[in-house]
Design a protein around this ligand. Structure first.
Ligand SMILES: Cc1ncc(COP(=O)(O)O)c(C=O)c1O
Length: 389
């Protein structure tokens, strides 16, 4: 029996393999998973219960509930300087992750290329392949704070290039792009007539006085930017599976069709709860509280890694740090496997995020301060014991 080849083109997740290796090991500390360790704020949970009591238990519109699209439009205006029409420019999705495939499916033709600054979130390349396109990794460098460089983009752009991914704040590096960085990318995109897919799921998790900037808010750019966002990271709602896409209606119309014949609509009572959450100041107080705690952890891990004399870029956003482990002489994969076995600490090898991630590991500090102290002690002992530094 012959099976689909499309899915064979996508490698199995390396992260899964590591988690398999770690499963069942007693006393293990995981700095591998990219999700808030906090519970969803209480007021949001209350809104979900209220929605059930009010009878939000039926199918909703394919594009998403009006109440939620309106609340998102208000937020976009207030925080992102994006003026989106809730009736035409916003679609609600089942998490941000599906948004990449939905967005690419709305415009990509077979064989067209998509630029992916690397290291990058693991879904961009598979989504491109599933949409019939060709992912093209553009390396970014630690020396340049892992910011994508227009000179490098020029080396990879071809006649077939149709789009570029931008992720700020970035997973896995923690890099936050400034308005100036984004203006340079925007000029490049306009020059080559590219669509920009802007993944902004970590927008509220920024430090050191950095402010997130949305590329779609730049003058004249809205029509070529597809902004993807969600509730998972901001409100610690990973299991609720809720996201949204903001774009010109020519893209949204196509995505509505896709949604209609696949998931139908995101869960109705969850959409209601999210709409109420966006308009409730208690949710935003909870976001700020979580951000402060992430920052406390970030500073701890940053200090400890420096004391271990590992070279490490100081992240300004998200909840990841991406130390350079090249001096140990081990590959990212060797390092992580040895670390699990010897020190019982799980991190993710940098090459899981693309070729440019080789020589690095990703540490997620979305876990308790106490866990992080213990994990740093174990990593330090591990490096010393094996003469790796
Ligand atoms: C950069 C980035 N984009 C998107 C997602 C997906 O988020 P969601 O839970 O909304 O699907 C993640 C999750 O780890 C992420 O790190």
């Amino acid at each position: 029996m012959s099976l689909s080849q499309k899915l064979d083109m996508i490698p199995k997740s390396m992260i899964r393999r590591l988690f398999d290796l770690a499963s069942g090991v007693k006393d293990i500390i995981s700095l591998g998973i990219g999700e808030p360790d906090f519970d969803t704020p209480e007021n949001i949970k209350e809104y979900a219960k209220e929605a059930l009591d009010k009878g939000y238990t039926h199918y909703g519109p394919n594009i998403g509930l009006p109440i939620l699209r309106e609340a998102i439009a208000e937020k976009l205006k207030r925080d992102n300087n994006i003026y989106a029409d809730p009736e035409k420019n916003i679609i609600i999705t089942v998490g941000a992750n599906i948004g990449f495939l939905m967005s690419l499916s709305s415009f990509l033709k077979p064989g067209e290329e998509v630029l992916i600054p690397s290291p990058a979130f693991v879904s961009y390349a598979p989504a491109t392949i599933l949409a019939g396109g060709v992912p093209v990794e553009v390396p970014t460098y630690e020396e340049n704070e892992f910011k994508v460089n227009v000179d490098d983009l020029k080396k990879y752009v071809t006649e077939k290039t149709r789009a570029i991914f931008i992720n700020t704040p970035n997973n896995p590096t923690g890099t936050v792009l400034t308005r100036k960085d984004l203006e340079e990318i925007a000029d490049f995109a306009v020059e080559h007539d590219l669509i920009i897919i802007a993944d902004e799921v970590y927008e509220y998790i920024v430090y050191d006085g950095f402010k997130h900037f949305s590329i779609a808010s730049l003058n004249g750019l809205f029509d070529r930017v597809i902004t993807i966002n969600g509730f998972s990271k901001t409100f610690a709602m990973t299991g609720w599976r809720l996201g949204y896409i903001v774009a010109h209606e020519k893209f949204i119309d196509k995505m509505v069709k896709l949604q209609m014949y696949t998931v139908t609509c995101p869960v109705t009572f969850i959409q209601y709860a999210a709409a109420k959450a966006l308009r409730d100041k208690r949710s935003w107080e909870a976001v700020e509280k979580m951000r402060r705690e992430y920052n406390r952890r970030r500073l701890l891990v940053w200090k400890r890694l420096n004391e271990m004399e590992l070279r490490v870029f100081k992240p300004h956003g998200a909840f990841y740090i991406f130390p350079n482990i090249k001096k140990t002489g081990l590959t990212s994969q060797e390092f992580t496997e040895k670390l699990i076995r010897d020190a019982k600490v799980v991190v993710v090898p940098g090459n899981a995020f693309g070729k440019a991630g080789e020589g690095y590991i990703r540490i997620s500090y979305a876990t308790s301060y106490e866990n992080l102290v213990e994990a740093m002690n174990r990593i330090e002992d591990f490096l010393k014991k094996h003469n790796l530094i």
